[in-house]
Design a protein around this ligand. Sequence first.
Ligand SMILES: Cc1cc2nc3c(=O)[nH]c(=O)nc-3n(C[C@H](O)[C@H](O)[C@H](O)COP(=O)(O)OP(=O)(O)OC[C@H]3O[C@@H](n4cnc5c(N)ncnc54)[C@H](O)[C@@H]3O)c2cc1C
Length: 429
Amino acid sequence: MSLGFQEFTLAEEVLVETFTEQCEAWLAEHGTRSVASSIDDDVWGVGDFSVSVFHDMAFEEEEAHLSALRQWNRQKAEEGYHAIVWSEDYGGLGLSQAHARAFGRVERRYQVPDSHELFSVTIGLMAPTIQTFGTPEQKDRWIADLLATNIYCCQLFSEPGAGSDLASLGCRAVRDGDEWIVTGQKVWSSGAQFADYGLLISRSDVDTPKHKGMTAFMVPFDTPGVEVRPIKQMSGGTSFNEVFFSEARLGDEMRVGDVGEGWKVALTTLGFERDHSATGGGSGRRPGGSWQQLRSTAEALEVTGEPVVRDAMMRLYLHLQSEGHLNRRAADLARGGTPGPEGSLGKLKWTEGMRKMSDTVSAILGPRLIADTGEWGTYAWGEHVLGAPGYRIAGGSDEVQRNIIGERVLGLPGEPRVDKDVPWRDIPK
Ligand SMILES: Cc1cc2nc3c(=O)[nH]c(=O)nc-3n(C[C@H](O)[C@H](O)[C@H](O)COP(=O)(O)OP(=O)(O)OC[C@H]3O[C@@H](n4cnc5c(N)ncnc54)[C@H](O)[C@@H]3O)c2cc1C
């Protein structure tokens, strides 16, 4: 039996090797090779040095960035390289995660636009959610366009009074014949100001317990009664938005999943989010600094001989190695299926790794982290250190991931939930 497995693995490796050669040829023809990349090649002081976790751009700059990403993605879509693990029905190649990782490895050596939250949400969260819950018409209408980023779609889940306890949300959707009338507010909607659609989780029934009375919709942002208001952050950027609904009318054909199935849709999208943030979705570089960048920084500053730094670096390296193996194993086992609560393990490992990297680079840089000395590749690390905590909250906080692992993976007793069987309308707000 084990021989059969080994033969299968070897055959797959040969195919991945051939595929890698094809990717190299295509990228050589269509892309521009980086002079040197501080991410993969150990070259200090050459090229760009970016370790940012979130974008901190003016509106026009961010719009131009998303447009460049869309252009590159559409170019890849001509050959199916934008959706390697997706079926040919949606413009993909129907290949394995190993093939997607192989393309990512080659692509990283080329000058391509950095990813963006809205880009990865559209491809990594929304396309698979529609694939899981959409009707055949909805799949035909949206999936290929989401994957090719002909449309951008954001996530409309959180509300001012509903974050970790998402099931308590109150944005109302009331049925009116073949339409639904939506009234309420969403918040922290990343990228909504550039999105064409948002996936909305709404309260459609106030008389059932909170987890049961929700329904999901795809909301076109040009619908009358939908207003997006960017939130200005103290950093100067506007990654987040508030989205207001004032009796916005949606046709029933925009409903995703059955009436009352919104919680299932939300959990599925969040499962993809946790899995996606942990694995990088098989495409492009993950946000924040890489091991190679950290090591190059330590070597350039000649601190690799210092015992405290060496110790922190080894601990970080071990963490990143085990995280990588865990995520690859999870991705290969899932083989494109819907991720389960185990995805929380990968997300926790990832955020913990980002924190360890912040601690290690702080030990390496010392005061250079907070005072710009002009030295290449030093002060820029502040963008990693200040951005990393955001991902300990986004997609469900670390504490919430631990609850999920405790309850749904380990089967430990659940938290006390006094409002579990109470109709939503009777829960004190
Ligand atoms: C970078 C970023 C991007 C985001 N993008 C989006 C987006 O595109 N769309 C969207 O809908 N939302 C988005 N969010 C919102 C995000 O989903 C919420 O911030 C998150 O779910 C936490 O909710 P909250 O902010 O209301 O915090 P709260 O739920 O109020 O939590 C406050 C604190 O209490 C802790 N806590 C809460 N409940 C428990 C519990 N049961 N056990 C233990 N500890 C608990 C939390 O861990 C946290 O530390 C984004 C957030 C961030 C940071």
